[in-house]
Design a protein around this ligand. Sequence first.
Ligand code: UD1
Ligand code: MG
Length: 458
Amino acid sequence: MGRYDALLALFPLLPPIVLLFQLMEHPSDTLQRWYTHFWLSQDASGGKNAVEETPTVATQLLAYILIAIVGYLLTTLMVPSIQVYTLRKGICGKDLGKRGTLQGEQPLPEALGIVPGAVFLVCLLFCLVGFAATYPSRMLDVNAALLSICFMLFLGFTDDVLDWPWRYKLVLPSVASLPLLCSYKGSTSVVVPLQLRSLLWKDGHMTAFGDFLGSFVIVDAQATGALINLGYFYLLYMGLLAVFCTNAINIFAGINGLEAGQSYVIACAVLLHNLMEIQRDGPADNHLFSVMLMLCFIGVTLGLLRHNWYPATVFVGDTFCYFAGMTFAVVGILGHFSKTLLLLFIPQVINFLWSTPQLFKLVPCPRHRLPRYDPTKQLMYPSTFPCESHQYTWLKALQGIPSNAQELPNMTVINLCLQVCGPLSEVQLCRLLLLLQCLCCGFGFLCRYCLAKYIFDE
Ligand code: UD1
Ligand code: MG
C-alpha cells in the first residue's frame, strides 16, 4: 500500500478517533490512572490487588485501543509468515483481475482471513478481562457471541479449503448464529413507525388489523400500538441478519482490497455510532461491548488490508468475509442496533438486490462475476454472460442495451460502477467503491439521526 493510499485509509478512522479522545478527556491522565490501577495496586507479595476498583470508561477505552494496536501489528507481521503455509498446502488462487499478465499467472495464497480472525479472538480474550470485571452479568451472551464468530471463522476456512456449493454457503451462517440466538435474552420487540401506528391503534382501541396481527405476534396495548413483540420471529430475523451480513460482503468482492476495505469502513462507522450513543446517553454495556469488538476488528482488518491492497500479495478468502459479516451481525444484535447496521450496509443491500436474478438462477450466473481485465489497456470492463439474442429482453431494456445483444453484464454494483463511470484501473475502481461505501455510511447516519425522529420518534 502506497503512502497516498495509507493516508486515504486513515480518513474513515478520523471521526471515531476524535470522539474517542473527547470521551477520554485527558488521555495522559487516563494512562497514569491505568498504570496506577494495574501496577501500583499490586501488594508487595505480588498477589491480589490491594484496591478493588472498577475500571472507568476512559480506562477501558484506552486498554481496548492499545490491544487493537497490538492486533494490527501482530496481523501485519503474521500474514507474510502464514501465507507460506497456505501456499504450500495448495490453498491459493490466481488473480483474475490481472489475467493475461505475468502477475495473473502466479498463484496467490488464499484464506489469509484466518490470521486476522485468530488474532481478533486472542485480542478479545484480553479485552474481556476488563469487560467481565465491569459487566459480569453480560458474560453469557458475550461468550455466545464469541462462539458464533469462532464458529463462522471455522466454517469460512472450510469453505476456502472445500469450496462449498452456494446452497451450503447460505445455510452455514444460520448454523453459526445458533449459539447467539440460543442465549439471546434481550428484547424481541420492534418500534412501529409513527405513520403506521394508526393501522394498529385508533381512538383508544386496537383496530381489526391490529387484532389480526395479534394472532401471530404480541401487539403491546399499553404502548398504544407503538411496540410489537415479535417473539420467535425476531430470532428468525436475527438468524437471517447473520446470513445476509456474511454473504453480502462475500458477493461484493473480487477486486484487490474490496472485501477488507468495505469491512474496515463499515467497522469505523459502527464504532462512530457506538461512541456517539455513549457520548449522548452515557456508557451502556451494549455499546461498550460493540466498541471493544470494533476496535479490535479495525486493528486486525487494517493489518490484513496492507497485504490485500492492490497489487495484492494475499487473498482474504471466504474466511475473512464470513468472519467480518458475523462480527457485524453479533454487534448489531447484542448492541440492539440491527436497523442502524443495515443503514451502513447500503451498497451491500443494493448489490444483493441487484444480484438476486443471478443468485436465484433466473438469469445465468457464472462462477466468477468480477470485472474483466484488458491487459493491453490495463483497465477493467464490466464482465458479461452470454445469452441468445431473443432472451432477457426485460433486462436489456432495463439497462438500455439493444434487444438483440448476445451478452449481458453480470448484475453486480462493481459492474454497474464501470457501466456508469467507464473503464477504470483496478485500484481506481476499488477507491471509488470504498468512497461510495463512505458516502453511503454518511447517508445512513443522516437517516439514523435526522429521519428517525420523524419515523420512530427516537
Ligand atoms: C464470490 C462472487 C464471485 C466473485 C468472487 C470473488 C457471487 C455470486 N460470487 O464468489 O462472483 O468472482 O466472490 O471473490 O457474486 N479473486 C481475485 N481478486 C480478488 C479477490 C478474489 O481474482 O481481489 C479471485 C481469486 O481467483 C480467488 C477467488 O476470486 O481465488 C476467490 O473466490 P471465492 O471467494 O471462492 O468466490 P465466491 O465467494 O464463491
Ligand atoms: Mg468469496
